[in-house]
Design a protein around this ligand. Sequence first.
Ligand code: ADP
Length: 483
Amino acid sequence: LKSMLADPSLLETRAYVGGEFISTQNTFDVINPARGDVVAQVTDLTRADVAAAIASAETAQKEWATWTGKERSAVLRNWFNLIMENQEDLALILTAEMGKPLTESRGEIAYGASFLEYFAEEAKRIYGETIPGHQRDKRITVIKQPIGVAASITPWNFPNAMITRKAGPALAAGCAFVARPAELTPLSATALAVLAERAGLPSGVFSVVTTSDASETGKEFCENPTVRKITFTGSTAVGRILLQQAAGQVKKCSMELGGNAPFIVFDDADLDAAVEGAIMCKFRNNGQTCVCANRIYVQAGVYDAFAEKLKARVADMKVGDGFEDGTVFGPLINAKAMEKVKSHLTDATAKGGEIILGGNPSELGGTFFEPTIVTGATTDMAFSTEETFGPLAPLFKFEDEDEVIALANDTIFGLASYFYAKDLSRVYKVAEALEYGIVGVNTGLISTEVAPFGGIKQSGLGREGSHHGIEEFLEMKYICMSV
Ligand code: ADP
């Protein structure tokens, strides 16, 4: 991997704490999911090391918070520029540790960087408020201040963007930030640290603690009183654990958790557009995103036509190593992910589902799996209630609007949802009725730094991106003055 990089120093295997790259005796392996070989051995910090990172963040934060918004903005903007200048190298590192096709990795780097650009701009706009007093002698002002040290735990499916989406607003707000990347994909995070240092982020303001033991790190974040904010992206199961642990100190938490996105195709939809949207939405990142369509509902009148068109389009797409040209489907992240896809498929076929495309591990071996479409999906099948997180598209047939809204909402999750339709009153009615934080109408792609991303119900708490995203890292203080 090092030999592929224009700037080999971006491949950093050490943790970044208090403005220093540090290594200890212990390391853990980072595996390339396409080939199964070891990409790097990364420093494995202990819980005590994580505590030390938090301590240095505390000192750094006090100073960082005194910088003007414009000063913080300039550094974040430098970081954004450096990331974009090194986009290709960062994409290569990302594909090596995570497996997604290089084109998607490039896209992720640009998407990830956009949060630093956006929040560099927002750093200057952390406005307070004046409120007319409730008595003649009273003057009321509201100011916003950084919450303090923020700590993140992020997943492997977006090893770059899940960190910048949190660090951007946190640093813009004047918080210090301790990032714990997923143990499967720490190299994108340490590369970000290399560039953060070059950008001029003061020592200790941004740290990357690489650890193999997520649970111990999570406990330190929750139990160390210096950490005032936990921001997590991952499964609902782990989100619940962190919320429980954070309750001990009543910590402010943002949670971007699992989804079970419905994708609805009404009979008045532009079918070709719906097929393209479904492909982007279902199969991007090999189905491994929390906003991927998990259940595709197609109205009876267009069901067969949609299934045929989808099959025809997906059948041509290449499964392969993310480094190879033309690859659309990389490997799944690991054997466990493979098992999940297989079990959902076995369950569906046992209950009457029909495989019209794929259905098997790819002949490439490893964790490559054929893109798969199942027709005749029903509510008793596992993917009705659980995220598959793989390249399996189940097609459910429905008759009318009220029925499909009820089906779509029949889940504990409420992150992303999508539908294709043209009738304007239908569009309004359905968009309002879907119990989700995000609704894509006639589009399968909804992620952007300018909009508030987040879920309702058990998909999470809080929002990331947009001007709302920075509020997660600010405390409001109301000052009541008698004159
Ligand atoms: P995924 O299925 O996407 O890996 P997880 O919720 O299991 O979702 O993982 C998301 C992140 O949470 C990863 O970085 C993982 O290491 C971390 N994690 C897993 N278990 C815990 C835990 N008990 N406490 C804190 N973090 C955890």
